[in-house]
Design a protein around this ligand. Structure first.
Ligand code: ABT
Ligand code: MG
Length: 148
């Protein structure tokens, strides 16, 4: 099953949005495979955002993502990479559709609440950057026969 890396950014954690955001992926029907509250080191930030190294906003980006704890997650499901990007909304919150996470909660592009892998390659790279194999849990969802 496809996996993606999602992360509530420091602004989302400060704004108490961990539950709201995690709840959206649970209710959608995706499966949580791993999660942790953590601080991002300078090294990890530079590695994670390596593709933006030459951009004018790189310094601010690294400063922001290391400014406080983040909630890192791995979610699993069919086409979860693309579906999560849809649920997150456009990078720039003013372009993000209502009903998406950034459309509902984002205010500025530099603090846009959530990160999600943008391709299979990024998902693999980011999952191994943030999680050890032992931190990911492989399990089945029971049939919910007792819920009626
Ligand atoms: P991320 O999930 O953070 O990777 O965002 P997304 O993939 O939607 O957008 P990209 B293009 O990868 O942006 C990375 C981070 O850079 C910030 N940014 C981007 C700016 O601050 N100014 C800009 O002009 C652009 C294009 C937004 C993203 N993160 N944060 N925080
Ligand atoms: Mg990106």
């Amino acid at each position: 099953m496809e996996k993606t890396f999602l992360m509530v950014k420091p602004d989302g954690v400060q704004r108490n949005l961990i539950g709201e955001i995690t709840g959206r992926f649970e209710r959608k029907g995706f499966k949580l495979a791993g999660a942790k509250l953590m601080s991002i080191s300078e090294e990890l930030a530079q590695e994670h955002y390596g593709e933006h190294k030459e951009k004018p906003f790189f310094g601010e980006l690294v400063e922001f993502i290391t400014s406080g704890p983040v909630f890192a997650m791995v979610w699993e499901g069919e086409d979860v990479i693309a579906a999560a990007r849809q649920m997150m909304g456009a990078t720039k919150p003013s372009d993000a559709a209502p009903g998406t996470i950034r459309g509902d909660f984002g205010m500025i592009v530099g603090k846009n609440v959530i990160h999600g892998s943008d391709s299979k390659e990024s998902a693999e790279r980011e999952i191994s950057l943030f999680f050890n194999e032992g931190e990911l849990v492989d399990y089945q969802k029971d049939s919910l026969a007792w819920v009626y």
